[in-house]
Ligand binder design. Structure first.
Ligand code: PNW
Length: 486
């Protein structure tokens, strides 16, 4: 089937996609592919593993997911990890980004608690196998699966989690840092904090808008900064690795050319990306956010701002706490001022509404439209606002439904987004050091369950064996990697 694609491309290049960049990827550009523990592992109670917030919530209420599913078995990567690594190797990527399940490694989760031998061994096997096959492991320390025992204590709203997180991360450096040289402290604090504690769309499904979201990230930013500094002094001199964070961003473009829409888009970027990036790249939250939330909090009769304040020492500690900047990007919106939102809420603080151009191609997910130029503009935004940091695209991918092995839509998405990455590198001077496709496998796509497919590889969730079949996009991505061009 892949042949049909290339023949079509040869005969009618303009139909398949017009104007792909002719540039090549730089020699040191790194290609990767990603997964996350809860989305693929399964083995939810094996080897002493305890429940994460996702296990707990979905066991309690199966109706949360579209197909009443959960991650109990998922892709069964707990048992099929070797097959996964084979797929990673055949793809020809430089690195594999995966995450560790905190509650698999430290079943009681809190500071000072005991390691699970099976948990330690599971990740040892994966790391050793990757290295033996010359694939560099990139480990995400936290990808949304807070241990439930910590959530019972308030999770990311309770500052005691900072010490628990530091203990957990140190444990990882002690166990695996001799071989693992790339660490990502958090995956998308934005989604965890906003959807987990504010809009209540993701575990732990709490709805405390305009307060808990800010407090959650405040604790994550401090955890991130502290562990970065700990790694810097206690581990880097001997382990010589790199540590960064993954921040996701939708790109917000102005709805029209009006000054008001341009300002709305700037606010969107400050409140949606800057909230997370600014403390790490420039010190403290964006000035606009600090002023606006303080002002609204006052109008709302509160004695102090709903946005917590960093101390001067915290600002200094967090500022510059990255060796590379992870960026997850999928889509773009158009901004204008307005909207009716709950008071208080982050959305109301931001004060903007999202629009989409009717010409944009929708995916199967209700938040994802294909807007390739948005990635280039986002990369330029990061370069211009934050002094051109080294950016590693840690996720980018396309959603569809069904088996769909001839996934021309995903191929088009990957090609067109990578084309914009090439332009950002060669024409705009953005320091993009690598790209990661989300995802290696169809997997547990959070509240969509298994109905939403992001995989380069199809997984048959009806088969006990969780049979994996590479889609056409797998071969196309493989070719891009080996040719270093589109
Ligand atoms: C990411 N957005 O979430 C997560 O890191 C993955 O675990 C997930 O499977 C993947 O994207 C696909 O959903 C995002 O609204 C969810 O822009 C939403 C957005 C971005 C990332």
């Amino acid at each position: 089937m892949i042949a049909v694609y290339y023949v079509t491309l040869f005969l009618f290049p303009g139909i398949v996609f017009c104007g792909l960049s002719n540039y090549s990827f730089p020699d040191d550009f790194q290609f990767g592919v990603a997964t996350a523990s809860y989305q693929v592992e399964g083995g939810w109670n094996e080897g002493g593993r305890t429940e994460s917030i996702w296990d707990y919530e979905l066991h309690k209420n199966p109706n949360i997911t579209d197909d009443r599913s959960n991650g109990d078995i998922a892709c069964d990567s707990y048992h099929k990890w070797k097959e996964d690594i084979q797929l990673v190797q055949n793809l020809g990527v430089d690195f594999y980004r995966f995450s560790i399940s905190w509650s698999r490694l430290l079943p009681s989760a809190s500071k000072g608690s005991e390691l699970s031998k099976d948990g330690v061994m599971y990740y040892n096997k994966i790391i050793d196998e990757l290295i033996a096959r010359k694939i560099v492991p990139y480990i995400t320390i936290f990808h949304w699966d807070t241990p439930q025992s910590l959530e019972f204590n308030g999770g990311w709203l309770n500052e005691t989690i900072i010490e628990d997180y530091i203990y957990y991360a140190r444990t990882l450096f002690d166990l695996y840092g001799d071989r693992v040289k790339h660490w990502i402290t958090f995956n998308e604090p934005h989604q965890t904090c906003e959807q987990g504690y504010s809009t209540g769309e993701k575990a732990p499904f709490k709805k405390m808008q305009g307060t808990a979201d800010y407090l959650c990230y405040h604790h994550m930013a401090i955890s991130h900064g502290r562990i970065y500094r700990i790694y810097e002094t206690d581990y880097k001199p001997t382990q010589k690795g790199q540590i960064g964070i993954t921040i996701d961003s939708v790109f917000g473009a102005p709805k029209t050319n009006s000054d008001s829409d341009k300002q709305a888009a700037a606010d969107y970027m400050d409140f949606q990306y800057g909230w997370f990036a600014h403390p790490i790249l420039s010190g403290n939250y964006p000035a606009k956010m600090i002023a606006k939330i303080a002002d609204l909090s006052k109008q709302q009769g509160l004695a102090k701002s709903r946005l917590p304040e960093f101390t001067q020492e915290e600002i200094k500690m967090i500022n510059g706490s990255f060796d590379f900047l992870g960026l997850n990007h999928y889509t773009t919106i158009l901004s204008s001022y307005g909207g009716n939102y709950p008071v208080p809420s982050h959305r109301n603080d931001m004060g903007t509404v999202d629009f989409r151009d009717p010409s944009w191609k929708p995916s199967a997910a209700d938040w994802l439209w294909e807007v390739p130029w948005g990635l280039r503009q986002l990369l330029v935004y990061v370069k211009d606002h934050y002094n051109n940091p080294p950016v590693l695209i840690t996720e980018n991918g396309w959603a569809n439904r069904g088996k769909y092995l001839q996934d021309l839509d995903r191929i088009d998405y990957i090609n067109s987004y990578l084309s914009e990455v090439l332009k950002a590198i060669h024409e705009d001077g953005c320091k993009v050091i690598g790209y990661t496709a989300w995802s290696l496998l169809d997997n547990f796509e959070w509240t969509y369950g298994y109905t939403m497919k992001f995989g380069l590889v199809y997984v048959d969730f009806d088969s006990q064996n969780r049979t994996r079949i590479p889609r056409d996009s797998y071969d196309v991505y493989k070719n891009i990697i080996s040719n270093k061009r589109l």
